[in-house]
Design a protein around this ligand. Structure first.
Ligand SMILES: [Fe+2]
Ligand SMILES: [Fe+2]
Length: 385
């Protein structure tokens, strides 16, 4: 288990502007996975940094942790107009993700914010909280087929065909909440057809909508989306918020076809894009390495270098423990912060002992059955009449 000292040491890495951005990202996702008041404290104090990319990810992580102790700092960030729109957007979304209705009035107030991305985010968060208070988070809808364990800004739409969901996704007269519902339903379907339908969304709607498409495609990590993601990253005049999300998605996919674009835009004039490409290249490296865990702040601290070829790995950007090989997308929360501890000799001994007992048990049962059958065959049969 990670102790207070370790949380403090990982927190100090996150808060240290002299550390590389990629190391700080990994520290952030380690803290998110660890959770607790102290982790929140370290994440909260880093909002004074000058990297919008890092700060928006802080807010994202606080939302995914769903810990109400993060509400005050998220409220402060949403209200702070000196913070970049992308950071305030993520704070608003995180307030919705935590799910406490006491922030409803604040979110309604900022639903009128002059920054359209902030206003739309708050409108979505209001809809989510209203959906939750109407019982939406319970029963069937609570088990919504989200394989990524992420807390999304909208629940998925009820099951429909891909063409129907695509039409709902791209219909610009529908409320954003309904379009998001189609987006998450398509993501949960996970087919190539669904990926391509989502990719079409990269050319429709406002920047907030398009950036969420990039995020979802990053979660899915399907190679079929690479051409559309690359085109959005390369598109002249595209919003930095969208390009950032597409860059990270390409890094999470980690295919050869992503590499050239990421290298090219690592020198982009827009800081958030440039930094996203740096982080994406680190994800790419993780994706193509034998590293066991992206959020490896504890392992780095302990001087452990866990590399396991083909073993189940952690997905850092999402909590995505369902995939056999958990890839680099810090947007899918991984509930395995201490996965390295699974390799502890005691754990190995327990697993080995368990396996041996199971094997012995089955050998015993099968031997019994076999000998009974032989005995039965050896005995003279009784004729019924
Ligand atoms: Fe976002
Ligand atoms: Fe983002």
């Amino acid at each position: 288990m990670a102790g207070t000292e370790e949380v403090k040491a990982v927190g100090a890495i996150l808060a240290n502007p002299k550390e590389s951005l990629t190391t700080r990202f990994r520290a952030l996702f380690t803290l998110r996975n660890l959770g607790g008041a102290e982790a929140i404290e370290w994440i909260s104090r880093t909002f004074e940094d000058d990297s919008a990319l890092l700060k928006h990810e802080l807010a994202y992580c606080l939302g995914q942790m769903q810990d109400e102790r993060a509400l005050p700092i998220l409220e402060t960030v949403l209200k702070d107009t000196t913070q970049e729109p992308m950071v305030r957007h993520e704070a608003g979304e995180a307030l919705g993700a935590i799910g406490n209705p006491k922030v409803l009035d604040l979110l309604k107030q900022y639903s009128e914010d002059p920054v359209v991305e902030v206003a739309e985010t708050c409108q979505l968060a209001v809809r989510r909280l209203e959906w939750l208070s109407g019982g939406g988070g319970q029963g069937e809808e609570a088990v919504d087929g989200n394989p990524y364990s992420s807390v999304d800004p909208a629940p998925p739409a009820p099951r429909k065909s891909v063409p129907e969901l695509r039409a709902q996704l791209l219909c610009e007269t529908l409320p954003l909440f309904e379009r998001y519902r189609a987006m998450f339903a398509l993501r949960n379907l996970g087919t190539e057809e669904a990926v391509l339908a989502l990719g079409d969304g990269l050319q429709h709607g406002g920047a907030l909508f398009r950036h969420e498409i990039g995020y979802v495609l990053g979660q899915m990590q399907h190679e079929a989306s690479v051409p559309q993601l690359r085109a959005a990253l390369e598109r002249a005049g595209e919003s930095g918020m969208v390009r950032h999300e597409c860059a990270e998605a390409l890094g999470a996919i980690g295919a050869e076809a992503c590499l050239a674009a990421l290298r090219r835009f690592r020198g982009d004039a827009e800081r958030v894009v440039k930094e996203s490409c740096e982080v994406a290249l680190d994800m790419y490296e993780y994706e193509n390495s034998g590293q066991f865990q992206y959020a490896d702040g504890l392992q780095r601290l302990r001087g452990e270098h866990l590399t396991i070829g083909g073993a189940e790995r952690q997905d850092p950007h999402s909590l995505r423990p369902q995939k056999q090989r958990s890839p680099a997308n810090p947007r899918t929360v991984c509930s395995l912060p201490l996965v390295g501890n699974m390799l502890h000799p005691v754990m190995i001994a327990i697993v080995t002992a368990n396996t041996s007992i199971t094997v012995l048990y089955w050998v015993f049962i099968l031997t019994e059955l076999f000998s009974k059958r032989i005995n039965a065959e050896a005995m003279p049969r009784e004729n019924p009449a």
